[in-house]
Design a protein around this ligand. Sequence first.
Ligand code: BGC
Length: 744
Amino acid sequence: MKNWVVRESGFQKNYVRKYESIMCQGNGYMGVRAATEEKYERSVRYTLVAGTFDQMESENTTELPNAADTTAVFLKADGIPLELTQENVKDYERSLNLYNGLLQRRFVWEPQKGLRLGFYSERFVSLKERHVLGQRVTIKVLEGNAALELQSGILGGKRYGDPHFTAMQGYAQDGIMQYAEITHESEITFVTSAVAKAWIKNGDGKETVIEMAIQPEKEQVMSSCQVTLEEGQELCLEKLCRVATTRDKDIELENENISKYGRDVLLRYEKEEMQKLWERGYEKTWEGSKEAWKKLWEEKDVKISGDADYDQLAVRFAIYHLTVMAPVHDNRMNIGAKGLSGKGYFGHTFWDTEIYMLPYFVWEDPKSARSLLEYRFLSLDSARKKAQESGYEGAMYPWEAAWITDGDTCPKPHFTQYELHVTADVAYGVYYYYEITHDVDFMRKCGCEIIFETAQFWKSRLEYRPEKDIYEICNVIGPDEFTHEADNNAYTNYLTHLNLKLAIEWKERLEKEFPEDYARLNQKLDLESRVSDWVDRRDKLVLPKANEDNILPQDDTYLTLPEIDLSIYRRGEKKLRVDYPYPTYTRLKVSKQADVMNLFLLLEELFTDEVKRASLAYYEPYCVHESSLSLCAYSMLAADCGEKAKAYELFVGARDIDLSLKKDSDHGIHAASLGGIWQCCVLGFAGVRMCGGKLRIIPNLPDNWDQVTFRLWWRGSWLEVTVTKDDVDVKVLQGPKHVEIITK
Ligand code: BGC
């Protein structure tokens, strides 16, 4: 399996968290960190279920609770609990196979002299059946005789993170273990179910089933067994589990009593489902998931040839994680900044979705992209409320979002008050999706209302300067979170301009082509009287222009800010904010992350190559790339500017954020950066863009890549694109054959 497997070779206690994150499994519904079967102090053991937000009284925001754990297995050999140290373990390897989603672990454990045990485990979270996961463990006696004790089941009780649950209780009936718990504030019932079986396998292959005793308690429900094995014998454990909550749309549809009667009905329903699952068995269930992964890769793989093994692995790693983190089965949910791989940023959604991850979904899986945007549509009332409470009109999206009715969940009021570009980013996401899909139905039902309401927010937020007859946007934080109180941040102003322009254009289009939708929205939003304000703002909004050196100013003052030596911070040896604490760093010429570069990428047709090149050369040395959103954006822009070596060097930096041990991923993978890695490969190096409503493919492959092939959706056609250093080949696999492409 070349370039499909992420490996940990040798047990590395200091990196348990990193590997838990990067080998996280999931299916968009749930994310299960790759915690080892045995427990370690540093471990951050999480099972997160998308959209199940809950707020503790002691906290100032809502977060995803840590559901009961099904993956822990407690093993004792001759009374010694399994705990690996550098001395007692050999031949350790853990791997995540991206091709089929299987996590495997194998090692030799020597608990005491004269006793050696071979340990093997595997786990999957089904990509086919979102509630299902499975696990197998085998312990083989390699040397000596062993009295083994094995325990496995569902662990509630004390777990990592805030205690979000009440009414916790374990149950056991007909060999099925179940555990129910309810979140404090959001009152979501979780039911986790499991069945385990154990058997002994002799050297000659003969098997003897072992009776497992089940013990239901308040904190857990565990099944256990004790056996004595001789050399050559194996103890095998197989377990299938289900996780379900009263927030699940699919279960509610099947059984409407669940939302009415909660726990007991869900327990009953899940017991039946668990029974069916167990009857079907582990092997068939695993096969189903494996098939689903195979199908996904047939459609979504990006195949790179050349001297590029690690790049190949990295783009697959990105696609794998984009798949397991995205709750696209339910449009009331969106992607968190760490996906479902950890509790960093509490599971909240940022502009990361529209600008960094949505492109992957639009080009590869438009149905899912639509679901992510429908989430913003369903959050409109919350965004309206936020606008109103802040003294504005229309809809103001929060900097951080969780459940659709939660409203603003940003725990740092400062950011949510000033980092306004998220509202224009959502509108940009709608524009981007529409231009690539031409999904008019979405625009009529959801997209137009988002665009009208966000435009109206900007109408009320812009500041008029009567002496110059212009509008400005003052006192914001743009994408670069180190620069505060910025006036006329170019990124924010240009995206706002687009937002206003889209509102005007879609108002006209609806009126002409879809009069019924127009009448409905006009009645609701009074478009007739709004439009003249939008036109006025569109025509008079300040759009910063490049200076005589072709540099587009990030905002009104950035270019004149004082400079400091940034070398140690750029090398990542120290954090700038330690030496220059707030607010000092906000008044220096230093950027946390890409800002103007993002603007060039989103609206490339508005800027000349000279401006892009000069600005790239100017800004990059001032950027410490402290945010994982930075390197990928710089890399793509460098690729656009034909600076291949630079583009590749920046890409390698982005690629290594999660995939190397250099950077921290302890509290989850960097979701936006993973979207960015896919973008670097397809939109950056292969040069695919939606540019002013047109498809353009102008490649800039790195020297070590010979060819890259992938599939894309463009307005009803599936295309297969193959890009080499000097050629672009596009096959229409399905749909309308005539596709216009700009290649120069
Ligand atoms: C970045 C933001 C980003 C957030 C979540 C911050 O560190 O500066 O741009 O939205 O992380 O990923």
